[in-house]
Design a protein around this ligand. Structure first.
Ligand SMILES: *[C@@H]1O[C@H](CO)[C@@H](O)[C@H](O)[C@H]1NC(C)=O
Ligand SMILES: *[C@@H]1O[C@H](CO)[C@@H](O)[C@H](O)[C@H]1NC(C)=O
Ligand SMILES: *[C@@H]1O[C@H](CO)[C@@H](O)[C@H](O)[C@H]1NC(C)=O
Ligand SMILES: *[C@@H]1O[C@H](CO)[C@@H](O)[C@H](O)[C@H]1NC(C)=O
Ligand SMILES: *[C@@H]1O[C@H](CO)[C@@H](O)[C@H](O)[C@H]1NC(C)=O
Ligand SMILES: *[C@@H]1O[C@H](CO)[C@@H](O)[C@H](O)[C@H]1NC(C)=O
Ligand SMILES: *[C@@H]1O[C@H](CO)[C@@H](O)[C@H](O)[C@H]1NC(C)=O
Ligand SMILES: *[C@@H]1O[C@H](CO)[C@@H](O)[C@H](O)[C@H]1NC(C)=O
Ligand SMILES: *[C@@H]1O[C@H](CO)[C@@H](O)[C@H](O)[C@H]1NC(C)=O
Ligand SMILES: *[C@@H]1O[C@H](CO)[C@@H](O)[C@H](O)[C@H]1NC(C)=O
Ligand SMILES: *[C@@H]1O[C@H](CO)[C@@H](O)[C@H](O)[C@H]1NC(C)=O
Length: 547
């Protein structure tokens, strides 16, 4: 099921391409059963049926004679008629595709909005078949040497100095060398302009209604700052601070990750024997669970940093990084926490089978080559976010103060997560015509930000930061775990989301909701009645290397 990667780049003539916003091109929706089937087979789960359309847009918005590229659009019909209009949706990443996410997570977002909106998503530039970004050269034989030595220490600063920065520079160079024809056209600025084209072509009222999840919040913020008068509804969920996003080094993004792992331990202790760790160890509280986990992680960390035997050190490091990366990945979806507890019990016995298997296939790991099929993985992610990044350094020492800061942000996860963003500081394909702020704006309808208080990868501080710059906006906080609202469904939050989309009403700033169920209850309900997310979790993947 690996279709040939035909580029969606069309070499149309530039004659008569300047359609005014008042003269909308209309979008022709068509059934696309083959793509439905392909996606469902790749994901391995049947999703909601969607329709498809194409829309030509300029490849290079800075050039009036630009050739065109063809965007792929996907649509879920409203579940309740009459439809009140179209909401555009971006599932994050960056690198997430509309095709792979909409059929799975789309219906849940749609339900939170009250079911009366058609939900339209698209494959952003650099993803899917839309000028896909691919960093793997034909001949990669020179890459294998370094691939083993960048994580030779558990200390983040030492990893950075002992190969980590060299790896980042090499990756940035490789991505430039292998894909420099279109790599400068995939940044968030261009995607925001694409959204404006879509809005015009929908032939509704020329206004954007939008749901942005995770990185989709950055995309929404760019649109809002660039075209504030075109915003009719904008809900940003699992939010990044646009000014921090623009830098590209992601500053504080793990600032609540330790609270998330603490939440896991507390929920496990509360669930008593239903949690495999309590069942196996008799732990009664979170402290005991941490003590137990450190009982098997610390010897690995000791070996990884102190072993005189280089092979033993490298092996210990792979185990340690894989276990931590696995935990970090599972923290995105509380519904997976009972299974996480079971896997950790096995790991404590020295059985890393499930963890290592997941790190070779799962979304929490990545190699420098794109996976087969529709998804472009880490390449898309880096191509998009790094071309936005204005924080660039020439020498490792110029990055050092920021690295030393990164090392302090999360006690448990800084040493296995931050590496994946380092190539952005050495990036060679900056977005052409890049928007670099200011992000302060008064949108026609104020933005609604939604954020969890224990978000693994987008701390609620980012939502408060963003809310400060967008006049009139409000933050709806929720105490659900995981990343984004659908990770911890909440009827309370859904009520506010529906009221916002239907009526434009914002909750009072500081309104707070609780999730409907605890993670262990949610997992039980899901085992009984289906649920969970078949699609990938997004925003941050881990780029640790395997020996
Ligand atoms: C969506 O609605 C349109 C118009 O009613 C219909 O033609 C189309 O088949 C529907 N698409 C799907 C996937 O159900
Ligand atoms: C190099 O390419 C081969 C074949 O595509 C692949 O198996 C291997 O993992 C690649 N190596 C690196 C370091 O990307
Ligand atoms: C990590 O290594 C750096 C550089 O060697 C050192 O300055 C720092 O103290 C170390 N951090 C920890 C927590 O050991
Ligand atoms: C792409 O690479 C070619 C060949 O090395 C070079 O001439 C061109 O300037 C590069 N383009 C960009 C945008 O870096
Ligand atoms: C608890 O332990 C018992 C006995 O080892 C086992 O059969 C059961 O599956 C365990 N339950 C959980 C949730 O781990
Ligand atoms: C956790 O439980 C142990 C054993 O009952 C107890 O000694 C310890 O004080 C508890 N820790 C906390 C933080 O409650
Ligand atoms: C640590 O390294 C020693 C010596 O190579 C080895 O015997 C031991 O099993 C290792 N322990 C762990 C937890 O990897
Ligand atoms: C290790 O765990 C896997 C499940 O992840 C299980 O299938 C396998 O039997 C276990 N291996 C041993 C030696 O217990
Ligand atoms: C919030 O803003 C402050 C001040 O600019 C910044 O230091 C911090 O990193 C931001 N937090 C997040 C999570 O973006
Ligand atoms: C929208 O506002 C109307 C009029 O105030 C109200 O009757 C309706 O319940 C509101 N709808 C939602 C979904 O909040
Ligand atoms: C919204 O509430 C948060 C948390 O209470 C607060 O930090 C922030 O300043 C408030 N924002 C506005 C615009 O009132």
């Amino acid at each position: 099921m690996t279709p040939k990667g035909t580029l969606a780049l069309l070499l149309l003539s530039a004659v008569g391409t300047h359609a005014a916003p008042q003269a909308p091109k209309s979008i022709q929706w068509k059934p696309c059963p083959d793509l439905n089937k392909q996606i469902f087979e790749e994901i391995g789960v049947e999703g909601a049926a969607f329709d498809c359309a194409k829309l030509p847009v300029p490849l290079d918005y800075t050039n009036p004679d630009s050739e065109k590229l063809e965007l792929s659009l996907f649509k879920l019909n409203a579940t309740k008629q009459p439809s009140l209009g179209t909401v555009l949706y971006n599932p994050g990443g960056p690198g997430g595709t509309g095709a792979q996410n909409l059929p799975y997570d789309g219906p849940k977002h749609q339900a939170n909005m009250g079911g009366q909106f058609d939900l339209v998503s698209f494959d952003p530039r650099g993803t899917g078949k839309t000028i896909p970004f691919n960093c793997t050269p034909e001949d990669n034989s020179t890459l294998t040497r370094r691939a083993t030595d960048s994580l030779a220490h558990t200390n983040l600063t030492e990893q950075f100095l002992n190969g980590g920065w060299d790896d980042a520079v090499e990756r940035a160079e490789m991505c430039h060398a292998t894909n420099n024809k279109t790599g400068q056209f995939i940044g968030t600025t261009s995607v925001a302009r694409d959204m404006l084209q879509i809005v015009d072509a929908l032939g509704e009222d020329g206004m954007l209604r939008y749901y942005g999840w995770s990185y989709g919040s950055a995309l929404g913020e760019y649109f809002a700052a660039m075209f504030p008068n075109r915003v009719d509804r904008m809900l940003l969920d699992g939010v990044v601070d646009p000014n921090i996003w623009l830098l590209g080094h992601r500053g504080n993004f793990l600032v609540d990750t330790d609270a998330a792992i603490q939440g896991f331990a507390e929920e496990c202790a509360k669930s008593k024997d239903e949690c495999a760790i309590v069942n196996a160890t008799g732990a009664t509280n979170a402290s005991q669970i941490f003590e137990w986990a450190n009982g098997f992680l610390e010897p690995l960390a000791q070996n990884a940093s102190k072993s005189k035997d280089a092979d033993a050190a490298a092996e210990a490091l792979v185990y340690l990084a894989s276990i931590k990366a696995y935990i970090y990945g599972q923290l995105y979806w509380p519904i997976k926490w009972p299974a996480l507890a079971e896997t950790l019990v096995l790991a404590a016995e020295g059985n890393y089978t499930a963890i290592l298997a997941s790190s070779s296939t799962d979304e929490t790991s990545s190699s420098s080559s794109a996976p087969p099929g529709y998804d472009r993985g880490q390449d898309s992610m880096d191509g998009i976010r790094c071309s936005d990044a204005v924080f660039q350094v020439d020498k490792a020492r110029d990055y050092l103060p920021q690295i030393e800061y990164q090392a302090t942000v999360s006690q448990s996860f800084s040493d296995v997560v931050y590496q994946s963003i380092w190539p952005c500081a050495a990036w060679k394909l900056p977005s052409k015509g890049r928007f670099e702020g200011p992000f302060d704006a008064r949108t026609r309808t104020p933005i609604l930000f939604v954020n969890g208080e224990y978000d693994v990868t987008s701390p609620i501080q980012g939502a408060y930061n963003a809310s400060r710059v967008f006049e009139g906006s409000a933050v709806l906080a929720h105490s659900g775990y995981g990343h984004g609202l659908i990770a911890s469904p909440s009827k309370c939050a859904a009520k506010y989301v529906t009221a916002y989309f239907v009526n434009g009403t914002l909750p009072k700033n500081g309104t707070r909701c609780e999730p409907d169920m605890s993670p262990w209850e949610a997992a039980k309900a899901s085992a009984a009645g289906g649920g969970g997310s078949a699609s990938r979790r997004w925003l941050q993947t881990i780029n640790h290397k395997r020996v």
